[in-house]
Design a protein around this ligand. Structure first.
Ligand code: FAD
Length: 418
């Protein structure tokens, strides 16, 4: 089949890879000059197969209000972004904050995350991709005992979902992350996810695009997707800034920009652009740097080790499609890396970046067929698009190929919103 993949982020390129591997003639259409130039560029780098949580959870609305008041707030709502669309999306997210919805959503997410770990292992065994990949786990680090004592419900849900984890004391945190010995008084213990990994999503996507080219995948860069043309509930063509393109199937991977394309077709895709920031520091003293990922629970900031760099990512800002880099938003990331890993990185020469997480209200991605014939979706991966990329893309390819999938597709398609 001739297949057009719309969008060249990590989800688009991964989709192209699995589709090309199964023998299709694939073209990726991307408005930037290369792949992974938008949200897949500077994410926190966590392959958090076990540390997979929906944002909507019981108690979150109350906690979110507390976080907003906090110095170095992990969540911010920009007043200019408050309109009917934003409020409507927030209401949908509120509906997902029940215990039952949380368990359903977490199970769906974990299914994709765990499958992604398996697919990533297969992929790295098959190719020689270089993306600063490390398989040394994630530690969720607790700064106070009260917080650590209150994670009982989380542990229950991890056991229920079969996620490998361990509650570790202060000294065991240092055994896993020796540089934490320098700030030993700042934390009390942690929750370890030993099967989690790290890696540079941008480097990975560039490498995978090269592998795709070897399979014949074509990339049309500097090409904007303008509209999808349909007739009798079937896509006929895609209108791009460089003309009309036709195919046998179309895969929507436009991240936060996906809803605009399908709205004229009558599909309301509840994906919100949840802004986040990252800092990337060149390492100046490797002994003081993390080995893998440390997630600072108090500030919701992740500090991740790449080979010779440290990536620090966090913040959820409701600011619509505003991509301005606000200098004051450096503070939470700068504070956490200086506080937990002082002297490890060159803060003066850090790269400051922001991106828009394509968030669904239930935090579950949208993968599979759509109500319109020939149109498929692989989008809405929110906070975990890098983590879930491989499982989502393999699943999508199996759906398009009408093959039996290796994991259930229950609750993943856009049908759950219709
Ligand atoms: C601060 C931050 C930290 C994060 N940390 C992590 C993490 O540690 N682990 C994790 O798993 N995930 C993380 N994420 C989330 C992850 O980065 C995203 O879920 C993922 O990158 C989404 O990939 P995508 O391919 O769907 O979207 P994108 O990367 O945005 O790709 C969409 C592509 O579509 C193109 N496009 C859009 N509109 C058009 C159009 N009209 N025509 C042509 N092309 C178009 C864009 O240029 C873009 O390249 C983080 C995100 C942020 C912002």
């Amino acid at each position: 089949m001739k297949i057009l993949v719309l969008g060249g982020g990590v989800l688009g390129v991964s989709s192209a890879w699995y589709l090309a591997k199964s023998g299709h003639e694939v073209t990726v259409i991307e408005r930037q000059t290369g792949v992974a130039d938008e949200t897949s560029y500077g994410n926190a780098g966590m392959l958090s197969y076990g540390y997979t949580n929906p944002w909507a959870a019981p108690g979150v609305p109350f906690k979110a209000m507390k976080w907003m008041m906090q110095d170095l707030a992990p969540i911010l709502v920009s007043s200019s972004a408050m309109n009917g669309h934003t409020a409507g999306w927030m209401m949908k997210m509120l509906h997902e904050c029940t215990g039952e919805a949380y368990r359903t959503n977490k199970n769906r997410m974990l299914r994709i995350s765990e499958y992604s770990r398996v697919c990533m292992d297969r992929l790295t065994a098959e190719t020689a991709l270089d993306f600063d990949h490390r398989n040394q786990g994630t530690i969720e680090l607790f700064r106070d005992q009260e917080k650590m004592d209150s994670i009982g419900a989380d542990l229950e849900s991890l056991r229920e979902c079969g996620v490998e984890h361990a509650v570790i004391d202060h000294d065991t945190c240092i055994k896993h992350e020796p540089a934490l010995a320098n700030v030993s008084e700042k934390f009390v213990g942690g929750l370890l996810f030993p099967k989690d990994a790290t890696g540079d999503c941008h480097k990975f996507t560039i490498g995978l695009a090269e592998e795709c080219k070897k399979l014949g995948v074509k990339f049309e860069f500097n090409t904007k997707v303008m509209a999808l043309e349909s007739e009798d509930d079937e896509i006929q063509s895609v209108i791009t800034s460089r003309g009309k393109r036709r195919a046998d199937a179309y895969v929507l991977c436009l991240g936060s920009y996906s809803p605009m394309l399908v709205r004229p077709l009558g599909i309301k895709l509840p994906i919100y652009p949840m802004k986040g920031y990252s800092l990337t520091l060149p390492i100046i003293d490797a002994d003081k740097a993390p080995q893998s990922t440390v997630m600072d629970e108090a500030f919701k900031v992740a500090v991740t080790r790449f080979d010779d760099r440290i990536r620090v990512g966090g913040t959820a800002e409701i600011a619509s499609f505003d991509l301005s880099l606000k200098p004051e938003r450096r503070k939470p990331t700068e504070f956490v890396v200086n506080d937990l890993f002082p002297g490890a990185g060159d803060i003066e020469n850090a790269e400051f970046w922001c991106g828009l997480r394509p968030m669904t209200p239930d935090s579950v991605p949208v993968i599979g067929k759509s109500p319109i014939k020939k149109l498929y979706m692989n989008t809405g991966h929110g906070t975990l698009g890098w983590t879930m990329s491989q499982g989502s893309a393999k699943l999508l390819a199996d759906i398009i190929n009408e093959q039996e999938t290796e994991v259930s597709t229950e609750g993943l398609s856009v049908d759950r919103y219709i």
